[in-house]
Every structure is written in C-alpha cells, then in structure tokens.
Design a protein around this ligand. Sequence first.
Ligand code: DP6
Length: 309
Amino acid sequence: MKSVAKAHANIALIKYWGKEDEQLFLPSTSSLSLTLDKLYTITSVSESDRDVFVLNRQIQNEKETQKISRFVDLFRTNNQSVKIESINYFPTAAGLASSASGYSALSVALNDFFGHHYDVEQLSMLTRRGSGSATRSLFGGFVKWEKGSNDQSVATPIEKEMDIEMIIVIVNEQQKKKDSRSLMKVTKEQSRYFESWTQYNDIDMQEMLTAIENEDIHQIGKIAERNAMMMHATLLAIEEPFFYIEPQSLEVISLIQELRQQGIVAYYTMDAGPNVKIITNSQHRPLILERLSAYQTIVAQKGPGATLL
Ligand code: DP6
C-alpha cells in the first residue's frame, strides 16, 4: 500500500516567528500566508521494515530520519515502519519554506496511510508539530493560523478571490546558514524587541485582515513589508546579531522601492533566507520582471490546498 500527497508552499504576509511551547509548536504570534501554485512537494508513504526518509532522491541521515520518525509517531498505529519519499519541486532550504509543503504533504499522506480520516482541524493541529508553517499549507489561497492556546492552534482559509501574485527573486540558492527553528528560539530568549514584535504582530494581523477584505493590494503589500522587516529586526537585537538579508537582497529591495516610486505595485517580504519575494498583481508583473531580468525569478499565483493523489 502506498499513499501519495501533494502540498504547495506558502509565503507568510504576517510572519510566525517564535514559539510559546516548543513541544506543541504553539506559536507566539498568529500568522497569515498565501499558498503558491508554482512551489510544491509530492510525498509518498509506503510500508517498510524500518523508517527510511528519502528527500529529493537522497537517503537522509540518522538525525533527519529520527526527526521525521517522531512526526510519524503522531499518526503511527501497530508500530508499522514506513518509507517516506519526498520531492520538492523548487530549491530546498533557500528560505522558500520547503518544510511547509513537505510536512503538509506528509500529514495528508500519513492520514491516509494509517487510515485515520482526521478532519482538517485535527490535521492542522498535527501538521503544526512537524513544522509550524506547514499547518498553513494544508489550505489554498490566503490562510490564517491563529496562535490559540492549550494546543488549540489551527489554520483556516480566508475566502477571497483577488488579483495578487508573488515574484520570488532567487539571490542565493545555497542552504541557509542558520535554520529558522533554532534561530526563532534564540530570538524569543534573547531579542530585546521580542515583546514588541508580538504586540505589533497582533496589530498587523488585524490591519491585514481588513486590507484583504477590501482587496487593497497596496495596504496588503505595505503591511507585509513592515511586518517582515520587524521580524528581521528582532534578529538584529539578539546577543550575536544575525542577518538573513544579504547585499544582493538589499539591491533587489532598492529596485522595488524605485519601481514603487514610479507607481508600480511592488512590495517585498523576506523569510529565513536571502531571497526576496515581491508582492504584486498581474498588471504590474511584466514590468517588474523586465527590470529584474538579471535575476533568477519564479512567478507564483495563488495555489490550492494539500491533496491526496
Ligand atoms: C520565517 O515553520 O520553518 O518562514 O515551526 O520550527 O518548523 P518550525 O519553523 P518554520 O518557520 C517559518 C518561519 C518563517 C515565517 C513564516 O513562514 O511564517
């Protein structure tokens, strides 16, 4: 028997950065994202005599396999071991959140493989414990993940059809130097701005919901931009300040600012890596791409939720 699922990556417009509970993956902030069509993971789960994890056709080491095994334990029945084969159809670990699509696809496949029939709410709570952002990839389009409490922290889709696109500008495809999990822990423990971050995040979330409701692309972009930079600012206020932002990221940001002064819809966001994601719409995309012709880019539109294949 084999269960296969597909899930798309998402990019947060309001960031998740910090956990209230490390074990349960309860986030310190609510977050909101857009699921993207062009970036996805396909994962299969099949029977095996021991747990094996194959990512992008490469067998993973003991440490990675154990990490996945602990997640499988949340679904496992009868001590059945599994072989997990996962392929990311985009550059892994370049700040493009492959863990989100990866754990989301895995959850859907495991749910089927072990015959649980969990509903989306139950699945959202379990998926979160593989990787926080993965809980948002269960759904398509705009998705809100409420911080909640006492393990009640789930993602829900926001029904809204609007013209919004993202252009991912790949400035560096290398593995990121520090993974988000350890760095968000350090941020919570050390950042002098952490408390402010959580407070302003609540405000940004409320304003973002209104902006989406009003289909106001300028407001959406503006709030996403300031929210992302505030997240990165928390990293500058830890004991050994850390930058995901690289010189080339700043070059792209300057270009975006220039374009905006010319009346182009272009706002940026950044995650745990140097790549820059531009928030725009279909009308303004061609002009932006023209100006970014020197860079490798991926144009993405709203993508669907995770599905069993
Ligand atoms: C910057 O979901 O990768 O992309 O829950 O520890 O697996 P873990 O972290 P992860 O963090 C994502 C951080 C982010 C912002 C976001 O997607 O909201």
